[in-house]
Design a binder for this molecule. Sequence first.
Ligand code: SF4
Length: 53
Amino acid sequence: MEVVELKCKDCNKWYGAEDDEFGPCMIKHMRGDKKYVTHGMHDCDEEEGRVGG
Ligand code: SF4
C-alpha cells in the first residue's frame, strides 16, 4: 500500500496562504505548541492531519 505523505500546504489545518512558505498548523496552535508554524512542504507529523487531509 502506497502512503502519500500529507504536506502542510495541502492540509485543511494549515492556515498559510498558498504562496507563503510558512504558516500555522491549527492542531499545533490549539495544543499550545511553541513551534506551531510549519513550512508548506513539511511532512505531516500529526495523526489528525493525516486522517483529515
Ligand atoms: S502538521 Fe499536519 S496537521 Fe499540521 S498543518 Fe501540517 S499537515 Fe496539517
